[in-house]
Design a protein around this ligand. Sequence first.
Ligand code: ZN
Length: 114
Amino acid sequence: MKNQKSNPDIVSLSIRKLFIECNLIHFNQSLPNSLVSAEWSNKLKINVSTTYQGNTGTYIIRLNKPMLISYTLNEVKELLLHEMIHVHLFLTKRQSYSDYTNGGHGPVLVFTLS
Ligand SMILES: [Zn+2]
């Protein structure tokens, strides 16, 4: 178990700002800022992070703030990047939402991560 001392960098971290930064640095801004929302959640029960498809073609990335509060900035960034890869795969149709609901970590995702 990680110690639960909260990390002030995480407490004050804006996931939206981190998303915009990662989108610029790692995705060449290919994830439309208007279609993807990225935010903290206090309501996720099990997962540290998740991505789901909203209606009207939007994507919602949620990171579990209570679980991640003691993590380092790099660890949170890696989780966000993982979720952003899911969105990237949805948008490029290399992975459908139905693949994702079956776990979503098939060979394409694993390849993209490496
Ligand atoms: Zn995943």
